[in-house]
Every structure is written in C-alpha cells, then in structure tokens.
Design a protein around this ligand. Structure first.
Ligand code: FES
Length: 146
C-alpha cells in the first residue's frame, strides 16, 4: 500500500502526533503550526522509537551583548521531539538533531487531501529504508534478504 489514510486533519491536536503502523513499519506523524510532518519511528542513534518521545520547545542559552550567559530559555520558534531511549532531540519541522544537523530521522511524505484527510506516502523504497534503519533495535529480527 503506497498511501495510507490516517484520518481527518481536523482531529489532530496542534501540536500533536499519531504513531501509525503499516505492514510492519512505524511512522510518526506530527501536526505543528497547522502543518504536517512525518518520519520513520526509528532513531538514528540506536533505533529507539524517537517519534514517541516528549514534544517540547528547544532549550536555548540566552547570551547577552557582553557574551555572558543569561541562562536558559525555551525557544519560541523550534519544537523538538525527544527520543525516549537516550534523549536525542529532533526538530519536528526538519527531523534533524538539534546539535548535529547531519543526524536526522528518515522523512516520509505526508499531505492533506481535498477532503481534509491526512495521507502518508509509503512507497516500497521508503518502507525498506525504515525497516533497514530499525534492524539495529534490540530484539529486532534480521529481515531475510530479498
Ligand atoms: S536510540 Fe534514540 S537517543 Fe538513543
């Protein structure tokens, strides 16, 4: 199945998320600021379910003009998900790690149909990428080679 209908866009909280399972793979779908984003639910660190973690504003250090720290503050522009296994944080809008933008979740296309339904695109190559990324998870069986 290349496209999966996961329900009405209006039924999502904002910010909000839904974890879907389709033919053995998991995808995290997020709504933030009226837009939808989706990623394979596999952390690039050690395969944890990154999309299931807490949703929080990024924490920034506030630096004064004299270059001294004024403490920490929640970002007004960036919202992260926090992988529940070891705390890696990923920007919900980009899927990239907050401290190292080369580390990122696998993006999945998501759109809202004319009927207001949230549609996730899962062509075979995306399914395979997500499944392969999850092979590092403890207790994950090796997929037989094709
Ligand atoms: S598996 Fe996600 S932070 Fe380690």
């Amino acid at each position: 199945m290349n496209e999966v209908d996961i329900g009405l866009a209006s039924e999502f909280n904002d910010p909000g998320r839904k974890i879907i399972e389709s033919e053995g793979i998991e995808v995290g779908v997020f709504k933030l600021g009226g837009e939808f984003y989706a990623y394979g639910n596999v952390c690039p660190h050690m395969g944890g379910p990154a999309c299931q973690g807490q949703i929080i504003a990024k924490v920034d250090e506030v630096i004064a003009a004299d270059r001294t720290s004024k403490g920490l503050a929640f970002s007004k522009t960036q919202t992260n998900m926090v992988c529940p296994w070891h705390g890696y944080e990923f920007d919900i809008r980009t899927g990239r790690h907050s401290g190292n933008s080369k580390v990122r979740l696998l993006p999945v296309k998501v759109r809202v149909s004319d009927q207001g339904r949230v549609i996730v695109s899962l062509p075979p190559e995306i399914r395979r990428s997500i499944a392969d990324a999850g092979l590092g998870r403890p207790n994950q069986e090796k997929r037989p080679s094709a």
